[in-house]
Design a protein around this ligand. Sequence first.
Ligand SMILES: NC(=O)c1ccc[n+]([C@@H]2O[C@H](COP(=O)([O-])OP(=O)(O)OC[C@H]3O[C@@H](n4cnc5c(N)ncnc54)[C@H](O)[C@@H]3O)[C@@H](O)[C@H]2O)c1
Length: 292
Amino acid sequence: MNSPLAGRRVLVTGAAGRIGSVTTRHLTELGSLVTALTIVEDPELKADRVIVGDTRSEDDVAAALADVDLVVHLAALAHPSAGTPYDVYSTNVVSTFNVLAQAGALGVKRAVVASSINAFGVPFNPHGIRPAYYPLDEKIPSDVADWYSLSKQNDENTCRMAWRQWGIDVVSFRFPHVNSADVLQRMADGHAKNPAAGVREGWSYLDTRDAARAIELGLTASLSGAHTFFVAADTTNAPYETEILLDAFAPGVPRLRRFVGREVPMDLTAARTVLGFQAQYELDLPTHELEI
Ligand SMILES: NC(=O)c1ccc[n+]([C@@H]2O[C@H](COP(=O)([O-])OP(=O)(O)OC[C@H]3O[C@@H](n4cnc5c(N)ncnc54)[C@H](O)[C@@H]3O)[C@@H](O)[C@H]2O)c1
């Protein structure tokens, strides 16, 4: 069956990045005509149009948006240490504002935006705090203490503002750690030795191919408004039972329900029911006894 994205013109910002390159390929395979906006030249990048430019620049974004139907905004400095605090914060919030404001004013109907699990602040909070509860969900209280998390929280506000101002539907994804299967496996090996490292993200992860599929569904799902979704694989990236992990590393944190086996302690209901998303690429991990 033909994808509803076949023949649609989609702008992907950050198209040469980890998620952007896989998304550009995926959308192209579905028949979309992708305009790839990238700040770095990348000979590997195959798209209908490639524009080398900066998402902070009004002129570059205007050129990239010419004749575009849909937008996928992924460009960002994707970690607190990816630049100075000023660069990380200003690049991310200015880029998201610039892309959504111009797309909205042009009458683009839908954008998908990369937020982050870090929008709730706890994973990068330097004070060792734990989430307010498990499973993590879109309403969990935030405790932001770094500029990257703050930029992602503000990006979610920008998405809502753009919808209210211009009526552009926006799907933003609170991605957990997203990577290729081999890198995710190495991360799981690390969590086997040091499971405490994953507690604040609920040991969540997502294969890059699943991120691209979530983005496809974000572009096509029947919805209106500005909505934020957690997306992750159904299981954790630690080879221990989730209840045992939480007993050991988050003993005082309320659990709103019980978790079965290695079930990820993240509420994926919204992504499943509204977008029809379920991850297809999961790590094949054993379940060991936890020894601490
Ligand atoms: N990969 C993850 O684990 C993860 C998790 C949560 C959220 N995210 C978010 O998903 C998005 C994509 O992340 P990624 O892992 O592909 O990161 P990445 O660093 O591989 O890709 C981001 C791309 O944006 C580009 N970029 C940065 N500043 C730019 C600018 N001013 N103009 C144009 N392009 C610019 C970079 O050159 C890079 O190619 C980011 O918004 C990131 O914050 C990623």
